[in-house]
Design a protein around this ligand. Structure first.
Ligand code: KG4
Ligand code: ZN
Length: 330
């Protein structure tokens, strides 16, 4: 079965071809126009998707060495994300599905991230997934491919957002996660103490807004021109986010006694995070899956994989499916 995946929910225009479980191509173009604004400008994002989507779809087909007529189904992100950006991908996918007379499979972006754990890996059920992206930080208890419960959420910022806002405080560019990771390599993660945020009434929930404020106070007290101090601050801040994520994850898998773990989303690309997670893996003998780096941040291969998993069960969408900028998982 050959699936085409399309992802345009935010500032990546991406198209991928997969054949069963195997990724044949995964073209990801990150929009550069937003850099100077320090965040994504929705109007510019949708226009840029519109301009590039046709070329990117053709590039992914060419790289996969298939013909349009070989495609058995089209998986596309219908939410969550920016409305204008979602509309570009969804409408393009609908048109192509009608033209080729093949099924359309609407995929939620988080389901897509989750499915990235199935690319080049075979997760065992039941499992627990930590989803850490720019918009979400959640823990899901997954009984099987069709049944999951959200057991934890962030009460304020998402982990990726904490990296992005922290980077802005430190004078680094957007997206902040890779920038903080880069300078943190030259810093001491134990130099500055950040509190481990706790959330009242839910020991699994996350909170990151206090960390960001603590970073701002610490930075204001320092000599910002001292590169070494800024590196230490970045390393300690990154450490605090990672410890917070892993300590809540540990509580969750111990509580539910589920030791198959999948960590997905943009922040899962962070190598310091992966390194610290290995300590838990050893301690609890976890079956721990992090996707290959190219499938952590937004990409269409994960959407195609989610489509493959759905289509294998004869599940597809009506052509009247609408974009949903804010799918709520609780
Ligand atoms: O999953 P993703 O690509 O998009 C969303 O669905 O939000 O995640 C983007 C987020 C951004 O906040 C970005 O700063 C963060 O993931 N991120 C990282 C790294 N790479 C991306 N955070 C920490 N370390 C990284 N290496
Ligand atoms: Zn994402």
């Amino acid at each position: 079965m050959i699936l085409l995946g399309i992802e345009t929910s935010c500032d990546e225009t991406s198209c991928s071809v997969i054949k069963n479980h195997i990724v044949l191509s995964n073209i990801v173009k990150t929009q550069q126009i937003h850099k100077k604004f320090g965040g994504v400008v929705p109007d510019l994002a949708s226009r840029d998707h519109e301009k590039k989507i046709v070329a990117i779809v053709y590039e992914s087909i060419e790289q996969a060495e298939i013909e349009l007529s070989d495609i058995d189904g089209i998986a596309v992100t219908y939410g969550s994300g920016l409305l204008g950006s979602l509309i570009v991908g969804l409408n393009f996918a609908k048109g192509l599905a009608v033209g080729l007379d093949i099924p359309l499979i609407g995929i939620s972006h988080l389901e897509g991230h989750l499915s990235s754990g199935f690319i080049n890996n075979s997760p065992q059920f039941p499992c627990i997934s930590l989803i850490v992206s720019g918009g979400h930080t959640q823990i899901w208890l997954i009984e099987n491919i069709n049944k999951f419960d959200v057991i934890s959420n962030t009460v304020d910022d998402a982990a990726g957002e904490a990296f992005d806002k922290g980077a802005r405080i430190l004078g680094l560019s957007y997206p902040g996660g890779p920038e903080i990771e880069k300078i943190a390599k030259r810093g001491n993660p134990f130099k500055y103490n950040f509190p481990l945020p706790e959330v009242k009434n839910n020991k699994f929930n996350f909170s990151f807004s206090g960390l960001k404020t603590a970073l701002l106070y610490k930075k204001n007290k320092l000599d910002a021109s001292d590169e070494y101090l800024i590196n230490d601050l970045a390393a300690s801040y990154q450490h605090a986010i990672v410890v917070s994520l892993l300590s809540k994850l540990e509580r969750a898998f111990c509580h539910y006694k589920v030791y198959n773990i999948i960590v997905v989303g943009g922040v899962s690309a962070n190598l310091y995070f992966r390194e610290c997670a290995l300590v838990l893996k050893k301690k609890y003998k976890l079956d721990l899956i992090f996707p290959d780096l190219e499938y952590c941040t937004d990409n269409a291969a994960m959407i195609a994989m989610a489509g493959y998993l759905k289509l294998s069960q004869q599940k597809y969408s009506d052509l009247s499916i609408e974009p949903n900028p804010n799918i709520v998982y609780e």
